[in-house]
Design a protein. Structure first.
Length: 184
């Protein structure tokens, strides 16, 4: 019999014991707990999780907020934004023009107010910019933002003895980045 291979059984078989099972379970769950710990540390160290220091009271006042929004809609104001953002090495320069018209399509003049730019993901980067009326019903401002990316733009017009006119808009500041499509 040429070409035949003889395999000799030594009688030693490796058996799966309780120690193997224990080591496998400890290793498996050790990896899971380690990854969870790293992810938890990263999540907690990068964002505090609270933007509103008095969230409880803010929640209690929510019905008043809804009533003010309904009264604001009843005014019928038409507010239009024109934003220009130019990327800079340190962030972005913003130029914003706002047109405000009443329910009868007449320009609203003599308003005072401003824009606040704030970052939803970083505390302390808020930028306030007062609005200047440059033409009847046209208000303009400019600001230097500390970073490019997503910002919230809050418009606030004071109205003599009534609730202020408030509008919020999400923006992308800093021009167009490579790899970003039109939808962000």
């Amino acid at each position: 019999m040429s070409g035949a291979v003889i395999v000799e059984d030594t009688g030693r078989q490796r058996r799966w014991t309780g120690w193997h099972t224990l080591a496998s379970l400890v290793g498996f769950f050790g990896v899971i707990f380690t990854v969870n710990g790293i992810m938890t540390y990263i999540a907690l160290s990068t964002f505090s999780g609270i933007e509103t220091p008095n969230a409880y009271q803010f929640g209690r006042d929510y019905n008043h907020t809804l009533e003010a929004a309904a009264a604001q809609r009843a005014l019928g104001w038409q507010v239009g934004f024109e934003e220009v953002f130019v990327a800079t090495p340190d962030g972005a320069d913003a130029r914003v023009t706002i047109s405000v018209r009443d329910a009868n399509d007449r320009p609203l003049t003599g308003l005072s107010g401003g824009l606040t730019f704030w970052r939803p993901v970083a505390r302390g980067d808020d930028v306030e910019a007062p609005l200047i009326e440059t033409a009847p019903g046209i208000y303009s401002t400019s600001a230097s933002l500390s970073a490019r990316g997503h910002w919230e733009m809050r418009l606030l017009f004071d109205r003599n003895d009534a609730d202020p006119y408030y509008l919020e808009k999400r923006i992308w500041a800093g021009g167009r980045d490579e790899g970003r499509d039109e939808n962000g």
